[in-house]
Ligand binder design. Structure first.
Ligand code: ATP
Ligand code: MG
Length: 425
């Protein structure tokens, strides 16, 4: 026998039992985007790798350790996208979407990072991301946070997530802070954990995030970002907080929240849950006012966030919040008696489908009557539609209730349509 091939580690198949939960979540996401007038965009999965090294930052974990980068047959440097923002910005510049206009955009799809696979962390995973361009004020920051808060409510997980906020200031403020931080941390260089030592020169802000105990002790006395904050960023942040307070959104200001990508400035935020163990961030984002210019466009204020779909689905499943109804794939199961009847009945069944476009009708193709009946019961159908040679000749069907007591009734195709139309499936 030929050797069986397996999927790549950390890249998952989505099987039929799992897809209803995904579809349920995706339909909620689409609905919330429509309600706030955001429009969908879809970008290629493969982009030139310099887009990410320039955009996300060469010293970030994503680019340094996690990116699937390769050369194509032409020797061109390509990468599987590790995140969506850089691609949207690239596309927006390329197609002139940012000239004298605002854009509210969303996208959904697979991302790729070479990480250690574990619960809630995969090598191919899916993000839903939302990006708003051309708006500099704190109101759009608030809109993004409010729409996610509303979404959590609609999904029923609002009591299981909390919001953390911080401001990173402008690029200049951050550069000044970075210098002070490096100066302070350099005194303790040999005591820092290995990752942090490496980050000291390439990405020192990430050291604030370190999970190492000694590093955390050192960080506790480090200069704080708020002392280096420029006035404009401080006001922007205060105005955002005022809007959130007025809207009744609870949050915690976390001064060590820096996020893993270089392009953020001013507002950053994360929604975190305790119901998934270690992989607790379900949504993260922030303002990235410098990115469009950095990638060759005109200066364009921008803010966005990304949600991890797998983590949200895990949450919905763990908390048993996927409605039972989404798993129902069959309303009516067709059971036939006699050789070749299922095929011959199809024109008649097509008439029923035309009359009832929403009906979910499963046709048993093949098998004896008893076996088909058994499958009809286990399919979750409310009715069996029984067709034998006699029914076929008379253009009739027999309808048998499967989930309630009740008689089997034989009727014409037209009667069957009006009978089924009255049912609430
Ligand atoms: P983490 O700290 O968990 O690694 P991150 O800061 O790298 O997250 P972002 O780049 O901000 O994550 O991506 C946004 C969201 O995408 C995360 O909050 C998470 O829900 C999801 N996500 C990120 N990496 C993965 C992954 N490898 N597998 C599954 N989901 C992921
Ligand atoms: Mg990560």
């Amino acid at each position: 026998m030929a050797k069986q091939l397996q999927a790549i580690r950390g890249m998952n198949d989505l099987l039929p039992e799992q897809s209803p939960a995904w579809q349920y979540l995706e339909s909620k996401l689409r609905h919330s985007m429509a309600a706030y007038s955001y429009r969908e965009v879809r970008m290629p999965i493969v982009e030139p790798s310099p887009l990410f090294s320039r955009g996300i930052g060469a010293g970030t974990d994503i680019v340094e350790k996690e990116m699937y980068a390769f050369e194509d047959r032409n020797g061109e440097g390509l990468a599987l996208r590790p995140e969506g923002t850089a691609g949207i910005v690239r596309a927006g510049i390329q197609h002139g979407l940012f000239y004298n206009q605002t854009q509210r955009l969303w996208t959904m799809g697979p991302m790729f990072r070479y990480e250690r696979p574990q619960k809630g962390r995969y090598r191919q995973f899916h993000q839903f991301s939302v990006e708003a361009f051309g708006m500099a004020g704190p109101d759009i920051d608030a809109e993004l946070i409010l729409l996610t808060a509303r979404l959590w409510k609609e999904l029923g997980i609002d009591k299981h997530v909390r919001l953390e906020l911080n401001t990173l200031g402008t690029l200049e403020a951050r550069t000044a802070y970075r210098a002070a931080l490096v100066e302070y941390l350099s005194q303790y260089e040999s005591e820092l954990d290995e990752d942090s030592q490496r980050r000291l020169s390439i990405n020192p802000l990430r050291i604030l995030d370190s999970k190492d105990k000694r590093t955390q002790e050192i960080v506790a006395d480090a200069p704080v970002m708020s002392d280096y904050m420029d006035q404009e960023s401080a006001e922007h942040f205060q105005q955002l907080r005022d809007i959130l307070d007025a809207a009744g959104i609870e949050y915690v200001v976390n001064p060590t929240l820096v996020r893993g990508l270089d392009y953020y400035s001013k507002t950053v935020f994360e929604w975190i849950t305790d119901s998934l163990g270690a992989q607790g961030t379900v949504c993260g984002g922030g303002r990235y006012d410098a990115l469009v210019e950095m990638l060759g466009g005109k200066p364009t204020p921008a803010i966005g966030f990304a949600m991890g779909i797998e983590r949200l689905v895990l949450m919905l499943e763990t908390l048993e919040l996927v409605p039972e109804s989404v798993n129902k794939t069959v309303d009516v199961a067709v059971v036939t008696r006699g050789e070749g009847v299922s095929g011959k009945a199809m024109p008649m069944l097509e008439e029923i489908r035309t009359g009832l476009p929403e009906l979910k009708m499963l046709v048993n193709c093949g098998g004896g009557f008893k076996g088909q009946m058994k499958r009809a019961f286990s399919s979750g159908a409310d009715f069996a539609l029984i067709i034998g040679e006699d029914e076929l000749t008379a253009r009739q069907v027999s309808i048998k209730p499967l989930t309630t007591e009740g008689e089997q009734v034989t009727m014409s195709v037209a009667e069957a349509i009006s009978f089924l139309a009255k049912q609430s499936f």
